[in-house]
Design a protein around this ligand. Sequence first.
Ligand SMILES: *Cc1c(COP(=O)(O)O)cnc(C)c1O
Length: 225
Amino acid sequence: MTAIEQNLAKICQQIARLNQTSGQHTQLLAVSKTKPVKAIQDAYNAGQRLFGENYVQEGIDKIKTLSNLTDIEWHFIGPLQSNKTRLVAEHFAWVQSVDRFKIAKRLSEQRPSQLGPLNICLQVNISGEETKSGITPDQVLPLAEQVAQLEHLTLRGLMAIPMKTQNVETTQRYFAQLAELYRILGQKYSSVDTLSMGMSNDMQTAIEQGSTMVRVGTAIFGERI
Ligand SMILES: *Cc1c(COP(=O)(O)O)cnc(C)c1O
């Protein structure tokens, strides 16, 4: 077994155990940014199917190289500039980092219709950090209303990266606030089924607060250099 296979097995076990307690079904997105194709293949061979990439060109290169693995679901999770939307719309199944209507509109217009709708999460800047992308909590419903009207997109939910802190209670509070926003959004839109929160360091807290998708890089693939 490779280290990646071992790491994956351990994380899947952890998720399964936490889900047993809570009765929910949290999916695992393997975040492979900066990691080689070989690492993705190892994870794939261990059964992993959902992969997340942050950089457009790097992501597209990997998608093309691995195009024979047709059941991989590729999620774009990084900041997206408007001049790169077409490549993303043509190659990814999901974009989790939408925080502007302009970007959403371009993604919808550029989505090849034979691929079916592109799945969208709105990125929320839950801890209000000035340097971070994402909308404020009070912008969620207005942007959702606009995005939900776009023909080639499906609004699936929310994604967030809370501020790093050693204080578990602070992280818990951010995740709980996201869960409440997600609940409200879900009442308005039947397509909403994804609350993407939790990474290597705070996966357990996120699942305890209701995450339906954790995005894990380091704990699967090792430190990024
Ligand atoms: C890099 C990244 C992750 C994974 O972070 P790890 O701490 O390595 O698990 C998750 N989500 C987003 C948006 C990222 O950019």
